[in-house]
Design a protein around this ligand. Structure first.
Ligand SMILES: [Fe+2]
Length: 397
């Protein structure tokens, strides 16, 4: 039996594949590709295109610019044509900021099972110099198909979609990775809003969690990264687990105390760079909130009895000073499956905004819109009702 079985199905019509195999049926070719082209980790000079395949394949991307010129991108960072037996990835470099491109994916079986060609897909690179930005935030979908479908239908296009952790319910089965991450509920989630992923505590649970980075691209290949989208400087952080690393339920698989400390050092460095230091708006995404309504400090015995962090004190202790120094305006999180807005205070000058949970009745999404006058974050539920609206004035540099 193949090592990595695929348990999901490709949702209705989301994978556009053209038969290019002589003497074989279209179905045989459709079988090579197992997800839409997912446009991930947009940057000002590129993005990464990721898609799922069912057997060992070579893959490449054609990129068409606004004038119609087409370039073939068929090399990975080690000089190989991109290849994989479950997922293939093509990183695009050297594109122009704020420009629209079309891409289509070529997939060629390495075992003589034919080729597949996707339709053209459009996306736009990030533009740090733009006067405006708009983005969408999801969190804690936990493989809830109805919620994902309704979020996908409700949320608008944007410069990026930030999926703020807990995409899954623990990786107990290897076959859940592809359908959950690359073809969630059969929806083409990165269509017209390239995808940024922030890791949640459930995304690092289970014996197959170590494989998630094979499917998820980030701008720098790490689970913490920063980028500018118009006037908004964004820092994405990985809060890790909601219990200490040595908790028996983690089976010795996690090392977040080190990762939080590494991020603390990086945070100081990245926020000192002019494009982040001087940005009009300063936003942080991390899955576990850094503040909570009633903060209780847990002890070892509490964790042993099943308690978990409602806010990541372990992360805050590492990052707080750098966030205050940077003048971070808001930390946007999930984790608690209930919405919250804690305005900034004297001790905690950054506001804390928390989105809802996985069930359709709990689920929310946030739309961010920034221009010269304000950054407005509007949280809505799936009925379309506004749950929170938070407005920030631009900071002086
Ligand atoms: Fe969650």
């Amino acid at each position: 039996m193949k090592r990595r079985g695929f348990l999901g199905t490709v949702g209705g019509g989301t994978v556009a594949v053209t038969s290019r195999v002589s003497g074989q049926s279209g179905d045989a070719v459709v079988g090579l590709v197992n997800s839409p082209l997912v446009v991930m980790a947009p940057r000002e000079d590129g993005a990464e295109i990721v898609w799922a395949v069912t057997s060992l394949c070579k893959a490449w991307i054609e990129v068409k610019d606004e004038k119609g010129a087409i370039e073939k991108v068929a090399m990975d960072s080690h000089g190989m044509v991109p290849q994989g037996d479950e997922v293939v990835r093509v990183r695009l470099e050297g594109l122009k900021p704020g420009a629209r491109y079309e891409v289509r994916g070529h997939t060629e079986s390495s075992g003589g099972k034919g080729t597949a060609l996707t339709e053209w897909r459009s996306f736009r690179t990030l533009d740090p110099a733009a006067s405006e930005s708009s983005f969408v935030v999801w969190n804690d979908t936990h493989q809830n198909e109805e919620t994902i479908k309704r979020l996908h239908a409700a949320t608008p296009e944007g410069d990026f979609l930030l999926w703020n952790g807990d995409l899954c319910n623990d990786w107990h089965q290897e076959g859940w990775l592809v359908p959950t991450l690359l073809n969630p509920a059969g929806q083409n989630v990165s269509k017209n809003r390239p995808l940024m992923v922030v890791w949640g505590n459930h995304d690092v649970r289970g014996k197959w969690a170590y494989r998630m980075p094979e499917m998820i691209a980030t701008p720098n290949g790490r689970p913490f990264y920063a980028f500018r989208s118009g006037p908004v400087a964004v820092v994405c952080l990985h809060t890790g687990e909601d219990k200490p690393d040595d908790h028996p339920s983690f089976g010795g698989r996690v090392a977040f105390e080190k990762l939080r400390a590494e991020q603390a050092k990086w945070l100081k460095e990245v926020t000192a760079q002019p494009e982040f230091r001087d940005a009009p708006y300063r936003v942080v995404f991390c899955h576990i909130p850094l503040r909570w309504k009633k903060e209780r400090v847990l002890a070892q015995g509490d964790y042993e009895r099943g308690a978990y962090d409602s806010y990541s004190k372990m992360s805050r202790d590492e990052w707080h000073d750098a966030l205050v120094e940077w003048k971070a305006q808001v930390v946007i999180s999930g984790h608690m499956h209930q919405t919250a807005h804690l305005p900034g205070t004297k001790d905690f000058p950054y506001a804390q905004l928390v989105g809802g949970g996985p069930r359709p009745k709990q689920a929310t999404w946030i739309e961010g819109k920034a221009d010269e006058k304000a950054l407005t974050l509007t949280m809505k539920n799936l009925e379309g009702r506004e749950v929170e609206r938070v407005v920030f004035a631009p900071l002086g540099s």
